[in-house]
Design a protein around this ligand. Structure first.
Ligand SMILES: Cc1cc2nc3c(=O)[nH]c(=O)nc-3n(C[C@H](O)[C@H](O)[C@H](O)COP(=O)(O)O)c2cc1C
Length: 322
């Protein structure tokens, strides 16, 4: 069984990947999506989104940067040739895998023909995956991430078959349509149809917030691999909890004081990474998810939600919330 940390644009950057993979249980990460339009992006863009790439300056000299597990670089777009050219470049920069985003529901992205809107164009999905697969070295895995459909949940089997037929090495399925948005439930049973139809690994994703959700998702999706997104942000040791459950070993969930120490580290390391005008935004986003699980995070969130400077945020974070 493998557990993936879900790509989450604006939330899961390399700092978050490092913290969560250090906590443990995560086998593979995926970068936030990188949009490809009409040209090959400069190297610095790839190094920014994925400083884990061995060619990235941040990675030189063995600095402790980014995830402790391999990271795939996720590309989003509809121009098959451009996606292939960019994928080749990312491989030259040392990526451990390429993931193609066919699930993003954002209006701006869909309007420019990227993300989930491609789920209505099965032939184009095939063309994109096939172009990327044929362009990049055979030893670099190419995967795709889909939803069950765009307006409804009808296209998933055709799309999954097309993607596998085009040579994808694995497929991640977020068990909802674009129209379903992020509204529970996730329709894990649909993934079983895909799993039964394909021979490549299928990764189940959506609404796994706790060990019990994992058990239900496994039963319904028939998958052996899972991707965790918001669940890992609200329970940073969720992957560990699941691994211990599967191995039948005892485990005590992470107490708040440990989480709080990770939150402080996260603030320290993100402070210089983003423009001052956005100071604290990433921290607030993480607390927003953590407060679902930890009442102390709720208190901390309330304490800092209006703070905007490094000094005031740091002062609020220094207080031990219990
Ligand atoms: C804020 C946010 C940003 C996301 N960004 C991406 C992204 O860049 N690429 C992608 O494939 N999916 C993205 N997703 C979808 C997640 O990867 C995942 O499929 C979804 O959250 C369902 O999984 P979960 O219930 O475990 O969170 C994003 C989701 C959220 C909430």
């Amino acid at each position: 069984m493998r557990l993936f940390l879900a790509p989450m644009e604006g939330v899961v950057d390399h700092h978050m990947r490092r913290i969560l993979t250090q906590i443990g249980g995560i086998d593979m990460c995926v970068t936030e999506f990188i949009r490809i339009t009409s040209h090959v992006l400069p190297t610095r863009v790839y190094h920014k989104y994925c400083p884990e790439l061995p060619t990235a300056p941040a990675n030189k000299g063995n600095q402790n940067i980014g995830a402790l597990s391999p990271v795939k670089v996720q590309l989003l777009g509809s121009n098959a040739d451009m996606l292939a050219e960019n994928a080749v470049k990312v491989c030259e920069l040392g990526a451990s895998g390429i993931d193609l985003n066919f699930g993003c529901p954002a209006k701006t992205v869909n309007k420019s023909n990227g993300g989930a809107c491609l789920l209505d164009h099965t032939a184009l999905l095939h063309e994109i995956v096939s172009s990327v697969r044929n362009a990049v070295p055979a030893n670099i895995p190419v995967s795709a991430k889909i939803r069950l459909g765009y307006n409804d949940r009808n296209t998933y089997l055709d799309n999954a078959k097309a993607i596998a037929d085009a040579g994808a090495n694995e497929l991640c399925v977020h068990a909802r349509s674009k129209a379903d948005g992020y509204k529970p439930p996730a329709y894990w049973r649909y993934i079983a149809d895909i799993k039964n139809a394909l021979t490549i690994p299928v990764i189940a994703n959506g609404e796994i917030w706790a060990q019990a959700d994992f058990v239900a998702c496994k039963e319904q999706s028939l998958c052996n691999d899972f991707m965790l997104g918001r669940g890992l942000l609200s329970k940073p040791d969720l992957a560990l909890q699941i691994k211990h459950h599967v191995n039948g070993t005892p485990y005590t969930p992470m107490p708040w004081h440990e989480v709080q120490s990770h939150v402080r580290t996260f603030f320290d390391v993100t402070c210089d990474s983003y423009p001052k005008k956005h100071m604290g935004n990433r921290l607030k986003q993480w607390l927003f998810y953590l407060k679902r699980e930890y009442p102390e995070a709720h208190v901390l969130f309330e304490n800092i939600k209006r703070e905007k400077t490094e000094e005031t945020l740091r002062a609020a974070l220094a207080v031990n919330v219990s």
